[in-house]
Design a binder for this molecule. Structure first.
Ligand SMILES: Nc1ncnc2c1ncn2[C@@H]1O[C@H](COP(=O)(O)OP(=O)(O)O)[C@@H](O)[C@H]1O
Ligand code: SF4
Ligand SMILES: [Mg+2]
Length: 329
């Protein structure tokens, strides 16, 4: 499969008065053309800042401190990290677009829905006003908005969270991007609306031939939408494989913990399982395995030496001493 995006040894630092703290540590992954690639992990693992780096949207006190983000469009291949501001603007919103968790904060309260949808068209195309309005209307219909003509003239505060998220999807897709990054697109929505939005994204992915990076803390969302998945923990990838293997041949103890949390959701007799302990904070990483404090499979070596991400089966990578030779014991 050809790749649309290749992230190679990405590092992101937090700049502080006492020096830089590494928040993303040598993250590498590839997203195939038309593929749905999932990034999953608890809050604080570095999912959003990784996505922001792909859009070149990191700002002080965060900065990339190494690596490449190669984007392959039909026309050319570019390293996003080396693009100038005017160059990334041509790609952002056109070739790569992003949907955020909170549509209300991403939309501007003082402009109509129509104005916000055609903003990207104004910037990226030469269409006239009538054609832009027609496209906005078509797009609203595609994302399943009822009374689309009327909604175009309304303002964000007049609409529900589910409707606003559909509008965010319309805005993200209006220029037919090659890559759509969805950062927790359904987390703020209630469960039925969540399912509708995920169905909609699956449908649109097929009709637009878009690649998707789906970011979520919820393995249930990954199961519904993704083909391949990377599990993030404390700024690193700890497991990467296809979605079937992740669920049926889970390797990393952290992934097993996340899975337990999903399966107990449907079982009301049990308390919701959460992995005990917390994700270590950026800049305060333990010397050994970053999951060691919380791991129920830990061994002696885990505290002393950090495991590498290695291929444990064809296309299945894992960062854990259970699957690696330590070299010295
Ligand atoms: N603007 C910021 N300033 C300082 N630290 C930040 C900022 N944004 C994110 N971080 C830190 O970076 C780490 C990763 O954050 P984030 O990517 O938002 O996690 P996730 O999306 O997985 O919940 C966290 O430790 C978070 O506190
Ligand atoms: S390396 Fe050790 S502590 Fe880390 S996940 Fe594997 S078994 Fe657990
Ligand atoms: Mg996030």
């Amino acid at each position: 499969m050809e790749n649309i995006l290749e992230v190679k040894n990405l590092n992101i630092d937090l700049i502080t008065e006492k020096g830089n703290k590494k928040l993303i540590d040598n993250v590498s992954f590839n997203v195939g053309k038309k593929q749905s690639y999932g990034i999953v992990g608890e809050s604080g693992c570095g999912k959003s800042i990784t996505a922001l780096a792909v859009m070149q949207l990191l700002s002080f006190p965060l900065k990339t401190s190494g690596g490449e983000i190669n984007f392959h469009s039909e026309k050319e291949s570019v390293n996003i990290l080396s693009l100038k501001k005017n160059e990334i603007r041509k790609i952002r919103g056109k070739e790569i677009s992003m949907i955020f968790q909170e549509p209300m904060t991403a939309l501007d309260p003082i402009f109509t829905i129509e104005r916000q949808i055609i903003e990207a068209l104004k910037f990226h195309t030469d269409l006239n006003k009538k054609d832009m309005s027609d496209m906005a209307l078509q797009m609203l219909k595609k994302v399943g908005i009822p009374r689309a003509e009327e909604i175009l003239k309304e303002y964000p505060h007049q609409l529900s969270g589910g409707m606003l998220q559909r509008i965010m999807i319309a805005i993200a897709l209006i220029c037919k991007p090659k890559l759509l990054i969805a950062d927790e697109p359904t987390t703020a929505l209630d469960v039925t609306i969540q399912a509708q939005i995920l169905d909609l994204m699956n449908e649109l992915k097929t009709s637009f031939d878009t690649s998707i990076i789906m970011i979520t803390h919820d393995l249930g969302v990954i199961a519904e939408t993704c083909e391949k998945v990377a599990v993030f923990y404390a700024g690193q990838i700890v497991e990467e494989t296809d979605v079937v293997t992740l669920f049926h041949n889970t390797a990393h103890p952290y992934t097993s913990g996340l899975l337990k949390a999903v399966t107990s959701l449907g079982d009301k007799s049990k308390n919701l399982f959460t992995i005990p302990g917390m994700v270590p904070a950026g800049g305060h990483m333990p010397k050994g395995c970053r999951f060691e404090e919380r791991c129920n499979k830990k061994m002696k070596i885990c505290k002393d030496k950090s495991p590498e991400l290695i291929e444990i089966a064809d296309g299945h990578k894992c960062r854990c001493w259970l699957y690696a030779e330590s070299g010295d014991n």
